[in-house]
Design a protein around this ligand. Structure first.
Ligand code: NAI
Ligand code: MG
Length: 489
């Protein structure tokens, strides 16, 4: 099988050092060959990005011209969204219903940052010295290594490339080996949009031979990473060598908190969205249901009834609401943690057994952990469709349980009590709080977490500043010669 997908390095499409199989998780079968980047390709991609950073074809553009290129890219992404969605669905098993709408919306991220490109202003400093003037200039920080996981790759790369390119940086984008096709196809759009040679390079490959080589490269200035905490630790250790800036968007164990005064119908649907949309493979998955004890039985019963109506099927079918997991390893990890949690005393309420069909299907699963709030499934990020239920009897207990995790990415709070909503928002330690909703995103809204969920914020206008460095300029306006050389000015 020859690959229709290629790496994109220095403005050229090329086959990698080797090829690897990409699997369709809905069948468990190989569906395409992928080009693999190793040390040589990584080095050439970084060299191309370093060269482009200096080259007048990019460095000489005005900020508005950079913005226009991003607008063009946005239009091309929007037009290609149906095709890109098909690729992502075949490669990762994510349902077409979600990939098609999510990728169409990715265009809005590029538009948002296109508009910001020429609004990056320095400032004039009212400096406290006679005969001196001083001002600051925002300059691109350098070559960016953008490293993404397999899920939502177009989205997770847009929140890196949008601000990086708006700021004038150049990029080596590494697609995940678990489903690189949407980004390899995206490279064709970058080319078509007319970005100068080497400004964006798109590669894929494995962690040690590709990701680690890229993140530790001496010419990389900033590693923008989304993925798991273990990989993040490798990247931070490697940054001790190149001293690159590192921003980390990692996983979570986000609480979904329901008070007795909430609109329960709405909360049931939002809880389904929080943990069973994308088959639970979402960094913001609301995987811990904290529910007020007085409504626990009713709420859980309604939830189970709703879950039983979820349409499980082939990801490419528009009617499907729930598809397979992306990898077999992922399913095995989930099976293990569910088994150990049951042994620890968690009660299985629904699901819990791999589905008897081809592909990596695992059913929506709910475990009651009210008696064992330290069970493995409550404490470990599973990145899958497993909900742990824990009850609480007071607002203080809800806060304590919500914050009882080393993660801190997102939280949902369902209540119709305005004062309580505000108190909870303040008390919860997370980067995002959704009140009476869940899983809402926008290019305008910062996104990121605390603790094991990483640091740095993607999205929003401040994200562009992460890709700039400040240059301070001093001008002495006096016509008199400089006198005493041994005192500071
Ligand atoms: P992963 O951490 O295994 O891989 C992510 C990327 O890092 C891949 O491209 C991989 O090839 C690369 N990589 C692996 N080893 C590396 C190394 N030593 N140096 C540099 N790069 C290396 O993550 P996975 O399993 O693909 O994705 C799932 C994880 O991503 C979950 O933990 C999930 O919570 C997190 N995630 C976080 C999001 C957020 O925005 N906070 C969004 C989506 C996923
Ligand atoms: Mg695949």
């Amino acid at each position: 099988m020859t690959s229709q997908f290629q790496l994109y390095i220095n403005g050229q499409f090329e086959d990698g050092s080797a090829q690897f199989d990409s699997i369709n998780p809905a069948t468990g079968q190989v569906w395409a060959k992928m080009p693999e980047a190793r040390i040589d390709e990584v080095n050439r991609a970084v060299a191309a990005a370093s060269q482009a950073l200096q080259d007048s074809t990019w460095a000489g553009l005005t900020a508005s011209q950079r913005g226009k290129l991003l607008y063009k890219l946005a239009d091309l992404v929007e037009k290609a969204a149906p095709q890109l969605a098909q690729y992502e669905t075949s490669d990762t098993g994510k349902i077409i219903r979600e990939t098609s709408s999510q990728i169409a919306y990715v265009a809005e991220y590029y538009r948002y940052y296109a508009g910001i490109a020429d609004k990056l202003e320095g400032s004039y400093l009212p400096i406290d010295k006679q005969d001196m003037q001083a001002w600051t200039i925002r300059e691109p920080v350098g070559v960016i290594a953008a490293i993404v996981p397999w899920n939502s790759q177009l989205f997770l790369s847009a929140v890196k490339l949008g601000p990086a390119l708006a700021a004038g940086c150049t990029v080596v984008l590494k697609a995940s080996e678990e489903g690189p096709t949407p980004l390899l196809a995206f490279a064709r759009l970058v080319h078509e949009a007319g970005f100068p040679t080497g400004v964006v390079n798109v590669i894929t490959g494995f962690g040690p031979e590709c990701g680690a080589v890229l993140s530790s490269h001496p010419d990389v200035a900033h590693v923008a990473f989304t993925g798991g905490p273990e990989t993040a630790r490798h990247i931070v250790r490697n940054s001790a060598e190149n001293l690159a800036k590192v921003s980390l968007e990692l996983g979570g164990k986000s609480p979904f908190i329901v008070f007795a005064d909430a609109d329960l119908q709405s909360a049931v649907n939002a809880q389904v969205a929080a943990i069973f949309a994308a088959t639970g493979q979402s960094c913001v998955a609301g995987s811990r249901l904290l529910v007020e004890a007085s409504i626990k039985d009713e709420f859980v019963q309604r939830l189970i009834e709703r879950v039983q109506t979820i349409k499980i099927g082939l990801p490419e079918d528009m009617a499907t609401e729930y598809g397979p997991l992306c990898t077999l390893g992922q399913r095995e990890k989930i099976e293990q943690v569910v088994a150990s949690s049951i042994q620890q005393g968690a009660k299985l309420l629904t699901g819990g057994k791999s589905l008897p069909r081809a592909g990596y299907y695992y059913p929506p699963t709910i475990l009651d952990c009210s008696d064992v709030p330290q069970a493995d499934c409550v404490m470990t990020e599973l990145f899958g469709p497993v909900l742990s239920v824990v009850s609480f009897s007071s607002e203080a207990e809800a806060v304590q349980k919500a914050n009882n995790t080393p993660y801190g990415l997102a939280a949902g709070v369902f209540t119709n009590n305005l004062n309580r909503a505000h108190r909870m928002t303040k008390a919860i330690r997370s980067g995002i709080v959704w009140l009476n909703t869940y899983r809402a995103v926008s290019p305008l809204a910062p996104f990121g977490g605390h603790g094991l969920s990483g640091h740095g914020r993607e999205g929003g206008s401040d994200a562009v500043l992460d890709y700039t460095t400040t240059k301070t300029v001093w001008l002495r306006t006096s016509d008199q010669p400089i006198d005493d050389p041994f005192v500071m000015r």
